[in-house]
Design a protein around this ligand. Structure first.
Ligand code: PLP
Length: 387
């Protein structure tokens, strides 16, 4: 075997998961175990002081006055919507190219999700499409900072101001991301964060947070997460049980200290991918428009021959993921909304060509190079076979 062939032989045994927390948890083990021990010995497991401390830390991190810890990101969306006074008969404009919970929460609040197509370069809701969807029933716009890139908030806020609408950010994938100098969470009326374990700041189970500068919205959220009661056993509103566990809050407080480092490393990995993949025919790379700070929850490329590339990566030990294979307007659960294939061509197109590459802060440079090398081999091969 010659040098390069031997190298391929060795390389072909590399196993690259999409995401892996083992190394991070191993490194933080002492801190995390001490944090857990502290809560166990305190005997306070739901809400309480530790949760309040974490709420304050997240509010400060996002640059807003209030943070309300809840059980998960989906509940955060539902509670934020209800706190904004949204319910049956109301319409909320959102993107069809997102995780189900975005629109699922609108429907759960009794309102109607109204979809508006995306800009296929950034994957974010297109403000011009939003404006076309406004009716006398529209109450809010719910943009998603997909993959960690903020949506184009200035025009969205402008539309909202003009039509007296609320703006609710789905910041589940984007904690720490910035838009024109401000962090997500501080870009609308209220924002929702998820601490699902695979998110950029992940709990050891489900957890979520609502952040807002509005006293009124914050007050309603605080009540809604405890069955709508301010005073125990007296209920002002129809709320739910959606409280943040002290264990999760304590773990997240421990991890929050590292978030900016992890984000920086995600950005380095993204830059390295982009450098290695630049100029290759047949793929489009993620963008970071001027004035935006992407936190690369995902590094998502667009590739025509997605199925073939995914398979090729897999035979070389590399996992890759499709977020999301079916836009929400075509989901069976939303059949009743009456949308059809063809209604949102860019979202439909995105769902056919997106592919997210392995991305987690502990990924080594060599691993990034290996993944990029496999993609490059695939594209060069299919480029010559096309000639
Ligand atoms: C993860 C996610 C949610 C839901 O968060 P959970 O904590 O899993 O309920 C909502 N929206 C988007 C865009 C997400 O990625």
């Amino acid at each position: 075997m010659n040098g390069p062939a031997r190298m391929m032989e060795r390389k072909s045994r590399m196993k690259v998961p999409s995401f892996d927390l083992k190394e991070q948890n191993q490194k933080l083990k002492e801190d995390l175990f001490r944090a857990i021990e502290e809560v166990v010995l305190s005997g306070q497991f739901i809400l309480g002081e530790v949760v309040e401390e974490f709420e304050k830390a997240i509010a400060a991190y996002c640059g807003v006055r209030h943070a309300i810890g809840v059980a998960n990101g989906s509940d955060a969306l539902y509670i934020a919507l209800v706190a904004c006074g949204i319910g049956p008969g109301d319409e909320v404009i959102t993107t069809p190219f997102t995780f189900f919970a975005t629109a699922g929460s609108i429907a759960r609040a009794g309102a109607t999700p109204v979809f508006a197509d995306i800009d296929i370069i950034t994957f974010s809701i297109d403000p011009r499409e939003v404006e076309r969807k406004i009716t006398h029933r529209t109450k809010a716009i719910l943009p998603v900072h997909l993959y960690g890139l903020p949506a184009d908030m200035d025009p969205l806020n402008e539309i909202a101001r003009k039509h007296n609408l609320k703006v609710i950010e789905d910041a589940a994938q984007a904690i720490g991301a910035e838009y024109r100098g401000r962090k997500v969470g501080a870009l609308g009326d209220v924002a929702c964060i998820s601490f699902f374990p695979t998110k950029n700041l992940g709990a050891f189970g489900d957890a979520g947070m609502i952040v807002t500068d509005s006293d009124e919205i914050a007050d309603k959220c605080r009540i809604l997460r405890v069955h709508g009661s301010r005073k125990k056993y007296y209920h002002e509103m129809l709320g739910i049980n959606s409280r943040l566990d002290a264990l999760q809050a304590r773990i997240l407080l421990t991890k929050l200290k590292y978030l900016d480092c992890w984000t920086e490393r995600r950005r380095q990995i993204a830059t390295r991918y982009s450098d290695k993949l630049a100029g290759l025919r047949g793929i489009a790379l993620p963008v970071e428009p001027e004035g935006y700070r992407h936190v690369f929850h995902q590094y998502t490329i667009k590739v025509e021959q997605r199925a073939a590339l995914k398979e090729f990566l897999s035979t070389h030990g590399v996992s890759s993921t499709v977020y999301y294979p079916l836009p929400l307007h075509l989901q069976k659960a939303f059949e009743g909304l009456g949308y059809r294939r063809g209604d949102f061509p860019k979202s439909e197109r995105a769902s056919e060509i997106v592919l997210s590459l392995p991305m987690f802060p502990e990924m080594r440079d060599e691993t990034v190079d290996y993944v990029a090398g496999v993609i490059s081999d695939f594209l060069k091969r299919s480029d010559t076979s096309a000639k």
